[in-house]
Design a protein around this ligand. Structure first.
Ligand code: SF4
Ligand code: SF4
Length: 245
């Protein structure tokens, strides 16, 4: 390539719109389902959602959660249940941000914010304790000295958990099955997760990715093949129903 041919490439690129930003001063908006630093949420009345059940610790593939539950003090309960998370720790030297802990949690206590810029200089700082993970009294995540929070990083924590699951019924699209959070109320569901509208005369099959003609004859009803409105049949479960896979 000649000398001027090389410059031609440079000049041609100079007039194109830039796709880079001046990081870290400028940052791109994060995806709505981004998995960042965890938070332990409170209900709108301020009570902690964690009941110390340890399901999150049990499901964590990196074995980085340590939880211990304790009975709630009768005079000053910490959570609405019998127990609360007395000890809660996440070791961020191990966490892979898979969000399985979020999925396992029965009370939506643990979710993930969009903060990913938190670097520490000691192993001790990498182990976040309950005191650091728990949102403050106004419901906002605590901001530790080594964390770089930007506006929006605490919005829509684990939004995908509030979406209609792809394996669920399209009829659930947009319906919230999510308790309110301190400072944010009941967050809106994420849209667009259900499969395309099911054509008339069809039904969902398996995990909702496919459709097939819906049986409607009396014989089909008697055989338990009549669709029951939740994406499956009213007959005995089969691997096709998704529950036996
Ligand atoms: S995001 Fe995954 S690796 Fe991290 S604490 Fe939760 S379950 Fe464990
Ligand atoms: S965060 Fe959720 S799953 Fe983990 S101990 Fe608390 S209530 Fe149980």
């Amino acid at each position: 390539m000649g000398y001027f041919t090389g410059f031609k490439v440079t000049l041609r690129q100079m007039w194109k719109p830039r796709v880079t930003v001046k990081y870290p001063e400028q940052k791109r908006p994060k995806p709505v389902r981004f998995h960042g630093r965890h938070v332990l949420n409170r209900y709108e009345d301020g009570m902690e959602k964690c009941i110390g059940c340890e399901l999150c610790a049990g499901v964590c593939p990196a074995r980085c959660i340590h939880v211990r539950g304790r009975d709630n003090p009768p005079d000053a309960p910490v959570s609405p249940g019998e127990r609360y998370g007395f000890v809660y720790e996440i070791n961020y030297l191990r966490c892979i941000h898979c969000d399985l802990c979020v999925e396992a949690c029965p009370t939506e206590a643990i979710t993930e914010s969009k903060l990913f810029e938190f670097s520490f200089t000691s192993r001790q700082d990498a182990i976040y304790t309950r005191a650091e993970l728990l949102v403050s009294e106004d419901g906002a995540p605590q901001q530790l000295p080594w964390e770089d929070w930007r506006p929006g990083d605490d919005h829509d924590t684990s939004a995908w958990m509030r979406a209609t699951s792809p394996s669920g019924s399209a009829a659930e699209e947009g319906i919230v099955h999510w308790s309110g959070e301190r400072g944010y109320g009941v967050r809106a569901p994420e849209q667009g997760q259900a499969p395309a509208a099911v054509p008339a005369g069809s039904r969902l099959v398996g995990r909702g990715a496919l459709t097939e003609p819906a049986p409607s004859t009396p014989a089909a009803v008697a055989a338990g093949l009549e669709p029951d409105g939740d994406g499956g049949s009213s007959g005995p479960l089969t691997p096709e129903d998704g529950a036996l896979q």
